[in-house]
Each structure stands twice: as C-alpha cells, then as structure tokens.
Design a protein around this ligand. Structure first.
Ligand SMILES: C[S@@+](CC[C@H](N)C(=O)[O-])C[C@H]1O[C@@H](n2cnc3c(N)ncnc32)[C@H](O)[C@@H]1O
Length: 347
C-alpha cells in the first residue's frame, strides 16, 4: 500500500489507530507539545486571536476553531487570556476539528461548550479564526524515490519471511513511474536516491480553508515543525515513549509524523493573504513571551521560576523548538497584517 494509506490506518483506524485508542500527550505519553510545556503558549495565541478578531471587524458572532486540539489545553489557556476583552469570549463559538473519541472526551473536560466537526467542509458559516498547532504533521504523506528510471512511489509491503505469524513490514517501490509534475518544482531535479514527500490531505484542507475564507471571512495560524520551502528529504518518523523508533515496526503503537511543507500549504493563498513562515522563537518573542514569563515569575516560588525559565528556553531557543517550529498565518483578502509577522510573506 502507498505510505499515506499505511499512515492513515496506523493513526486513524477506527479500532486500532494510534489516535483513536489513547491520549498520547505529556510525560506519560509519547510526546509533549508546546501548549503542554507552558500555559504561556496558549495565552499568547489567545491574545493573537483577540487582535485578529478586531482586525476582522470584531464580528458579533464568529467561530473560534482549533484543528487537532489534543487535550484542549491550548484553547483553555487561550480563552482564559482572552477574558481581558470579554466581548471576544461572548462572540466566540468554539469548534474543534478532531477525529479521536478519546481526545474529544479530554477536550470536553477542559473546554465545556465546544462542538466538534470531522472535516473542514463542516465548518459552520460565519467569520472564523483557526488555530492549528502540530496538526498538519500528523496527516498522512506520500513518498517518492528518485531512481535511474525516474520518480517511483514508496510503498509499504509485508516482509516475505514472517516469524511467529507476526507480520513485519518493509519499504518497496511501485513498478510504475510517477510524473515529476506531482512534486514541487524545486524538488523534481533532486539527485538519484533522493526522497520527495507530498501531503495530499494537507493540500485539500488548505484549499477548503481558502474556499471557506472566500465565502465568509477569516484567518488561520498554523504552527508546526517543518520546511519553509519545499525540500527533498525523508522526514517520516515515529515517536514512542519520547524516543524515535522504526516507523514501520509497530503500526498503531507509535506516533507517526512528517515535516510540514509550508510552501505547499501556502499554495492556495495569494501572496497578499499569507504571512511567514517565520520561526516560532521570533513569533513568540514578538508577541511578548518574555514579558509574560517575567510576570508569571513574579508570583512564583523557586521551583516554579525554574520551570518558567526552562519552558521559555524550550519554546524559543534555536537549538530547542525555536527554529525547527515555524509559524504561518493565512487570511481572507484585505485583512491587516496579523500580529507577530513582518508585513510581507517569505516567498
Ligand atoms: C500531535 S497532536 C497535537 C495536539 C495539540 N494541538 C497540541 O498542540 O497539544 C495531533 C492532534 O490532531 C488530531 N488529528 C490527527 N489527525 C487528524 C485528522 N485527520 N482530523 C482531525 N484531527 C486529527 C489528533 O487526534 C490530535 O488531537
């Protein structure tokens, strides 16, 4: 099967899929995300949303949407910070795009009053603000390998020798060639043995988002690890117990992800309607994370002060999450520049 089918089954199979069967976040899970590291992350995104809501003309009702909200921590922190302007909370209808029943139950505890959708096409009408942190990296990718014949799609196959009736998997290549036009122009001429990746579902979601913004008005903030520009490379990876493991070894038991190609995400939007991608560190600094850390530390004990300082470093420093994680905003046409971004797009 193509890699995207394998990834989709491993992550989202109704009975055995990784996200369907557990809460994978935090120290007892397999990975930790920015909102789980510190309340500062969600709080700053809450203030960013208040500012963006005002830039959309302070609509009396709007949809405050989060894609892949995990435990709901980001939204809970965002709504608490946004209480600074009560009209924002009064106008917001909270909508979560989430497929995992286990995580929906967690989200319900932290954000009572939210409603859920399964697809972007189900977004309610009206202006909307969308937040997506570490959502796009979880979407299934296709991979292609450059061989002496051209680009061949990478498949996942059952290994022929099977021990103890436990199936094991290996990579294989499709017999047919894939047209280079499937890939970004900057990737097509990569040298032999290179791997290229595309994420068809991410591209579909961005097109649906653009259509929704055209019919309504809106803005989205996308944060994830990945490449600013489409680049060849094998970024398919698996995390289990906070360690990298073989992505084919235990389907359904490890978190499978791939780097996000921000240039591909931006494609449906005109140059005047996307901002960034910029590094997470610069974005959080521009929104005032240092001032927030100082304010929190002023009321903290020594242990808490230590935690605040280490969270600040983890979220912003270049050798931690500050540089690998990128931030991009997209908007409907004619909306002022979102907070934290330079006025023009990076490409
Ligand atoms: C890596 S977690 C990130 C959680 C959260 N945003 C955070 O930062 O803590 C990915 C989230 O996306 C959800 N998800 C994954 N694939 C999805 C899909 N195709 N549709 C909707 N949600 C999905 C997962 O269930 C989970 O909530």
């Amino acid at each position: 099967m193509p890699l995207n089918r394998f990834m989709d089954l491993a992550l989202a199979h109704p009975d055995h899929g990784y996200y369907r069967t557990r809460d994978p976040l935090g120290s007892k899970g397999d990975f930790t995300t920015a909102p789980e590291i510190s309340q500062m992350f969600g709080e700053l995104l809450g203030l960013w949303s208040v500012d963006m809501w005002q830039k959309l003309g302070s609509p009396k009702t709007f949809n405050l949407v989060e894609f892949g909200p995990g435990r709901g921590t980001l939204m809970a922190d965002a709504l608490r910070a946004a209480k600074l302007l009560p009209a924002f909370g009064d106008a917001a209808n909270i909508v979560f795009l989430e497929t995992s029943p286990t995580l929906r139950a967690e989200q319900k505890k932290y954000v009572p009053g939210a409603s859920w959708i399964d697809t972007v096409n189900a977004l309610p009408t009206g202006p909307c603000l969308i937040l997506a942190n570490e959502f796009f990296d979880a979407l299934p990718i296709r991979q292609f390998q450059k061989t002496d014949k051209g680009w061949q799609e990478r498949y996942v196959a059952l290994q022929s020798a099977v021990d103890d009736d436990i199936p094991t998997f290996e990579y294989s290549l499709a017999d047919t060639l894939t047209s280079a036009s499937t890939l970004a122009t900057s990737v097509r001429d990569a040298p032999e043995a290179s791997i290229a990746e595309i994420c068809p579902l991410a591209e579909t979601i961005m097109e649906q988002m653009r259509a929704h913004f055209d019919a309504n008005s809106g803005a989205a903030l996308i944060i994830d690890y990945g490449y600013a520009h489409s680049t060849p490379g094998d970024s398919f990876q698996a995390l289990k117990d906070h360690k990298f493991v073989d992505p084919l070894a235990e389907p359904g038991e490890a978190d499978l992800t791939a780097h996000v190609d921000f240039e591909a995400l931006a494609k449906p939007f005109s140059k005047a309607a996307f901002y960034g991608p910029i590094e997470q560190g610069s974005f959080l600094e521009a929104l005032g994370i240092r001032a927030r850390a100082t304010a929190l530390a002023a009321n903290a004990n020594e242990q808490q002060r230590h935690e605040i300082t280490s969270a600040l470093k983890r979220l912003t420093e270049r050798d931690a999450m500050g540089s690998l994680f990128k931030v991009m905003a997209v908007t409907s046409p004619g909306i002022p520049v979102p907070a934290g971004f330079p006025a023009s797009a990076s490409f």
